[in-house]
Write a protein that binds this ligand. Structure first.
Ligand code: PLP
Length: 451
């Protein structure tokens, strides 16, 4: 019997009229088929075939309070009765901005947009206008949205191999042949302007020497360094001790704007984001995902003298639905909920992630499966790999990505929904029962693999 018949039929119907059948390219990766959801409640989601899953996809991150968090839904409903959007100013914008400037250590001021991609676009624009420079340093394995100016793909597995190619001007060359730092900037998608990437310098992350060398070589023309504070998009790799501090020092000394992309980590690592946890003061942060609890809203927050470029008209910041009342209501409700009991929910989510990580490690050990779980606060990445540790993008690329997709597919049959790339999110709604069920499911899958 086909467990996913309804989802498959809906996908076929969709493909006739919706390009690709899904609304974001990434969603097509789910095996055996992209699932159709009909409802979600707490930590669980139901598909069109009537199966219920414990949800670790969490809409790719935003559902920090789980599905259908009742008080948030109530606030949204009552706000929506007064209108869905105004195109005029409203007090919700001020309330949210005041809240954000209170909880985010680096925020003197904020600006709102709709998606993480737009927030990054705005942050880069502010940095370029502020410094009157054009280059941007970014890192392998980090993702900052899909706009032409920042979306890159990477020489796939072996960075050393790329050294032998005759690469273009954007390559950083290192004399020291043991240094795996050379990389070519390749557009992330067909149809992307290569010219839009000409100002990107792509570096390996967590490599202090590469960063120092690049700033020494190009510093006076670099507008911004943009980095995820934790490499959540590729292996949940923590910054090495002193690395973000070095980034802060080098940027300050060379007049470069330091942007931390907290679209994943913001309102997930803590109310003050990862920069609050790490006590690093970037010039700008980008925020999104968990901030709206499932409603589209994002923003840039940071230093008043940089944000001021919006106020004085130097930098255009546009968007029909920016700061709309539904989005600001959702964000205020979500942040207020996360703030309850002094933000105790963050420690609970971190404990859930730790229990799951430890349980998955034990399950792999018990069933002789080679893999690694990298936990970084409330998120973690499970990788099947023979590497002893995954502490770089290079090591991350050596994982068996196909085997993980198979694992995710088998977990689906066991009632657990996972993101096909290995990153797990937990929400405030995930409790001990969900964790127990999930680990039992993983043990059953691994046991079958050993048969
Ligand atoms: N920045 C980071 C770190 C992200 O992980 C993402 C999305 O996953 C983005 C930016 C882009 O956000 P959005 O998908 O809302 O455009």
């Amino acid at each position: 019997m086909n467990r996913y018949r309804q989802s498959e039929e809906l996908l076929n119907r969709s493909r006739r009229v919706l390009a690709g059948g899904v609304s974001s390219t990434l969603r097509a990766a789910m095996k055996p088929t992209p699932l159709y959801a009909v409802a979600g409640r707490g930590a669980r989601i139901q598909d069109a075939d009537g199966h219920t899953y414990i949800d670790y996809l969490l809409a790719y991150g935003p559902l920090i309070l789980g599905h259908g968090h009742e008080p948030t839904v109530e606030r949204l409903l009552s706000s929506m009765r007064n209108g869905l959007a105004y195109g005029l100013q409203h007090q919700g914008e001020i309330e949210l901005a005041e809240l954000l400037t209170k909880v985010l250590p680096c925020a003197d001021q904020v600006a709102f947009s709709g998606s993480g991609t737009e927030a990054v676009m705005l942050a880069l624009r502010l940095a370029r206008a502020y410094t009157n420079r054009r280059r941007i340093i970014r890192f392998h394995g980090h993702y900052h949205g899909w706009s032409d100016t920042i979306f890159t793909s990477f020489p796939s597995t072996d960075m050393k191999a790329s050294r032998k190619r005759n690469v273009m001007s954007q390559v950083i060359r290192y004399d020291n042949d043991t240094h795996p730092t050379e990389a070519r900037v390749i557009p992330g998608t067909g149809g992307q302007s290569e010219a839009a990437l000409q100002d990107i310098i792509l570096l390996p992350w967590n490599d202090a020497e590469a960063l120092k060398d690049a700033v020494a070589l190009y510093g006076s023309t670099v507008a911004a360094i943009i980095s995820e504070p934790v490499m959540c998009n590729s292996g949940c790799i923590m910054p090495k001790p002193g690395y973000l501090e070095l980034m802060r020092e080098l940027t300050a000394a060379n007049g470069i704007v330091m942007i931390l992309d907290e679209v994943i980590t913001g309102f997930r690592f803590g109310l003050g984001g990862a920069h609050g946890v790490f006590r690093i003061m970037p010039d700008l942060v980008t925020i999104g995902k968990a901030m709206g609890g499932g409603i589209a809203i994002s923003g840039v927050a940071g230093r008043a003298d940089i944000m001021e470029l919006i106020a004085d008209g130097t930098v255009s910041h546009l968007g029909t639905l920016n700061g709309n009342c539904v989005a600001t209501t959702a964000a205020v409700a979500t942040i207020n909920e996360l703030s309850r009991d002094g933000g105790a929910v963050f420690a609970r989510m971190e404990k859930s992630a730790a229990d799951l990580s430890e349980g998955l490690r034990q399950a792999m050990k018990d069933h002789d499966i080679q893999g690694i779980v990298n936990q970084a606060g409330p998120v973690f990445h499970l990788m099947f790999t023979t590497e002893r540790q995954v502490d770089s993008f290079e090591a991350f690329q050596k994982r068996d990505a196909d085997l993980y997709i198979t694992f995710a597919q088998e977990m689906l049959e066991e009632g657990v929904l996972l993101r096909p790339n290995g990153l797990w999110y937990v929400s405030a709604a995930h409790g001990e029962a969900e964790i127990r069920e999930t680990l039992a499911a993983a043990n059953r899958v691994f046991a079958r693999w050993g048969e």
